[in-house]
Write a protein that binds this ligand. Structure first.
Ligand code: HEM
Length: 451
């Protein structure tokens, strides 16, 4: 994009007043970052500036500008470069954090594993894993709903990625998902620190991360060895596609294969389990919504078919609580956004969550109303394209189809077998930004319905 006619510089943008040296950093608590930035969006508009030591950051909440930034990848924008270096240090620099040509090649290799035909053939397996979750919940309402949902997403992702039935749902104790749980929070923590202290001194959280990464490496090496032993002519899963590429023009080292496997496990786990947790939370205490899902399931039982109401419930939950409301970008070269000159290297936060709860885009925006997606009643303003929980443009989430199948399958199972309730006297969960938005202290009760 030409910058010749754009006179405004980042410095001229409005923004919250800061203090010398630290700028706005003291107000930017990492665990509440999405709330803080949204509050400033309301105060300073769709394009504003915040300062942290050593740099200014541009925050964009205008949905058209956001979509435009996400589309202009990888040429004009990339993910924030610290994401790549931090993931690299964790040994997990894969599809999510690679850039430029390396990303292009990897994306091309990865996409067939997520195509509709593969997902269709995976569906019976997905249903089998959902059945295991039903049986676990039939033995008793879960003490820790988020942990159970994470077991589910790990099992699904490991099976799709490696064709390995890891079955954490039927195990107890210290299984793979406990190790994976360290990655997103530590990524978020390290992204938000001006100095990489962990290069010089390791705090308990850093040592816990190292231990988790070592355990994951051991688990994943086993899975890769299994996959290497049985590579077929046609890839049936993601890792086989990469292993087959070794014989082609591409060659992957063991480190790269580990990075990619870990990327998919991490990207497929926290995002989907937290989206599921928010979804069940939105259903709890709404018996009318649960009943309407049951009525639709009686008519359209298969998640492979379009289930308009259930899909509207998912869309509404992800509009109100997108699990990744902030996408952290960086300008690759000098460019412009909304008439503002953006020098190469500028960090740009794409705030996709804010616009989805604004009255200009959705009437009565903070209420949970799935019917707004069905055009059933006069809802006034409804701009579905504004809600972008899976991102946009060439780096759009490749796991969307799988995630939607998981969300639909678990909600259908839960509504079919249980009444989902919030126990009496329990407060709503708190939101914590850990790269994904986590519902902290989520307590739900599953009461078995009579047959
Ligand atoms: C509800 C669940 C999920 C949500 C909300 C979600 C959201 C996202 C978002 C917002 C992005 C960034 C998109 C962009 O930059 O435009 C992304 C990227 C990605 N997601 Fe997902 N995701 C989910 C599930 C999954 C699953 C199940 C997998 C794989 C098993 C997956 C794998 C990935 C990968 C590999 C990328 C990086 C793609 C690239 O940079 O080319 N995601 N996801």
């Amino acid at each position: 994009m030409s910058t010749a006619l754009t006179a405004t510089s980042v410095r001229e943008l409005p923004g919250p007043p800061g203090i010398p040296i630290l700028g706005n950093l003291p107000w930017m608590a990492p665990s509440r970052l999405h709330h803080v930035l949204d509050r400033w969006c309301a105060e300073y508009g769709p394009l504003y500036r915040v300062s942290v030591p050593g740099r200014s950051i541009v925050v964009v909440s205008d949905p058209e500008l956001n979509r435009d930034i996400l589309r202009r990848r990888p040429e004009d924008f990339r993910r924030q470069s610290t994401i790549e270096s931090i993931m690299d240090e964790m040994g997990s620099n894969g599809l999510f954090s690679l850039e430029g040509d390396a990303w292009r090649r990897r994306r091309k290799l990865a996409m067939p594993a997520f195509n509709a035909a593969n997902l269709r053939s995976f569906h019976p397996t997905l249903e089998m894993i959902t059945e295991r979750l039903r049986n676990r919940w039939l033995r008793g309402s879960p003490d820790d709903m988020r942990a159970d949902l994470t077991r589910y997403t790990v099992d699904v992702t490991a099976k799709l990625t490696f064709d390995y039935d890891i079955n954490t749902i039927e195990q107890s104790g210290d299984v793979i998902q406990r190790h994976l749980e360290h990655i997103f929070p530590m990524l978020n923590r390290r992204l938000n620190l001006p100095i990489p202290y962990w290069h010089y001194v390791k705090l308990p959280a850093d040592r816990a991360l190292d231990r988790a990464l070592r355990a994951l490496r051991a688990d994943t090496d086993d899975l890769l060895a299994r996959a290497r032993a049985t590579v077929p002519e046609q890839p049936r899963n993601f890792i086989e596609a990469l292993l087959l590429a070794q014989h082609d023009d591409e060659f992957f080292t063991d480190e790269e294969l580990f990075a990619e496997a870990l990327t998919i496990l991490v990207a497929g786990q926290d995002t989907t389990s937290n989206a599921l947790a928010w979804l069940l939370y939105h259903l709890a205490g709404r018996p009318g919504v649960q009943q309407r899902i049951r009525d639709e399931l009686a008519e359209i039982p298969s998640a492979l078919d379009r289930q308009p109401y259930l899909e509207a419930v998912v869309a509404e939950s992800m509009r109100l609580r997108p699990t990744t409301p902030l996408l952290l970008m960086e300008a690759v070269r000098e460019t412009a956004v909304g008439g503002v000159r953006i020098p190469a290297g500028t960090w740009v936060v794409v705030d996709v969550g804010y616009a989805a709860v604004q009255p200009a885009n959705f009437s009565d925006p903070t209420s949970f109303d799935p019917t707004r997606w069905l055009g059933e009643t006069a809802h006034g303003t409804h701009r579905p394209e504004i809600s972008m929980p899976f991102g946009a443009g060439p780096r759009f989430c490749p796991g969307r189809g799988l995630a939607m199948a998981e969300l639909k399958s678990v909600v259908a199972m839960a509504c079919d077998t249980f009444d989902i309730r919030v126990p009496d006297g329990v407060a709503p969960p708190r939101e914590r930004f850990d790269f994904a938005v986590v519902p902290v202290d989520l307590r739900l009760e599953l009461v078995r319905r009579s047959a």
